[in-house]
Structures are given as C-alpha cells and as structure tokens.
Design a protein around this ligand. Structure first.
Ligand SMILES: [Zn+2]
Length: 85
C-alpha cells in the first residue's frame, strides 16, 4: 500500500503508475490523480496556448490583419509560432 500525495488515500501499488525516478519505483500520485492533474494541466495550457501554427500561416494572419482587430497575439516560443488567446 502507498499513500497518494494527491487524494491522500492508501492504495495498492497497482494503482500507481511506475516511475523509475522515484525511490520506490512508483509515482507519488495514484492513477486517477495523475489523470486529473494531466487534464487540469492541459486545460490550463490550452487556455493560454492554442494550436501552434507554422511561421507562414502566422505571417499571413498578421499581414491580413494589420489592424489587429482580434485578441490573438502571435509569439515565437520553443521554435514555433503560437497564437495566444
Ligand atoms: Zn490519488
């Protein structure tokens, strides 16, 4: 049994994903907490960064909307252009 750092429940090790970096070889969060965390993380990320576009698409978008009438901002991040909402 192992206590989950998320929901604080004592659960069998089969309820934890394997994680070689951890001392006991298992994640500190149970499977359902891991799923929940990843869902929240992706949701948060999705709100900020929408799908990445290639440089050409963003250039055209900026050129076609010089007055910037929309709330989208293009930024260069991690080697890709992103639209920030
Ligand atoms: Zn949990």
């Amino acid at each position: 049994m192992k206590k989950c750092s998320g929901c604080q429940e004592d659960l069998p090790l089969t309820e934890f994903y394997k994680n070689k970096r951890m001392n006991d070889g298992h994640s500190i969060y149970c499977v359902s907490c891991t799923k929940e965390n990843s869902r929240k993380y992706h949701q948060r990320k999705k709100n900020r960064l929408k799908v990445s576009h290639n440089e050409e698409v963003v250039k055209n978008m900026v050129l076609n909307n010089p007055q910037v009438s929309h709330p989208h901002l293009a930024c260069f991040h991690q080697g890709q252009y992103w639209l920030v909402y």
